[in-house]
Design a protein around this ligand. Structure first.
Ligand SMILES: [Zn+2]
Length: 127
C-alpha cells in the first residue's frame, strides 16, 4: 500500500472515529436519562433499549476503527490479521476498519475461528 493510500484510509478512519465517538456519547445520555413524569415509561424503556443496542453496535465499531488506526500507526494496516495476506483495496474501500480479508471474514462469520482482536493482540505481543 502506498503512503497516499494509507493517508486516505487514515483520514477516513479518523472521521469515522469522531463520528462514532459523538454517537456513542449521545446514546449514553439517552441510555441513562431518567424518565420525566409526563412521558410514557413503556415507550421510553423501548427507546432506551434501542439506544443501548445501537450503543453496543457503535461501541464495537468504534473499537474496530481504533484498532485499524493503531495498525496504520504500526505499519500492519491492510494485512489480514488471520492469514497475513493483503486485504483487497476494494474491501478496504468498503470496510476500511476491517482486520480480515474477505475469506477470513467469511470463515469468522461461520465461526471457523474465533475472531477475537484481543486474543490476536495477546498472541502477537507474546510472539
Ligand atoms: Zn485472511
Amino acid at each position: 500500500m502506498t503512503k497516499t493510500e494509507l493517508e486516505k484510509f487514515k483520514a477516513i478512519l479518523e472521521a469515522k472515529k469522531a463520528e462514532l465517538s459523538d454517537a456513542v456519547r449521545n446514546r449514553e445520555d439517552i441510555a441513562i436519562e431518567k424518565p420525566p413524569d409526563a412521558i410514557d415509561e413503556v415507550q421510553l424503556a423501548g427507546e432506551r433499549e434501542l439506544a443501548i443496542r445501537n450503543l453496543d453496535r457503535e461501541s464495537s465499531l468504534l473499537r474496530q476503527v481504533r484498532a485499524a488506526l493503531a495498525r496504520i500507526a504500526d505499519g500492519s494496516y491492510g494485512v489480514c490479521m488471520h492469514c497475513e495476506e493483503d486485504i483487497s483495496p476494494k474491501r478496504l474501500n468498503a470496510v476500511p476498519q476491517t482486520p480480515y480479508c474477505i475469506r477470513c471474514q467469511e470463515a469468522a462469520d461461520r465461526h471457523e475461528f474465533e475472531a477475537n482482536d484481543t486474543l490476536e493482540d495477546l498472541l502477537l505481543n507474546a510472539a
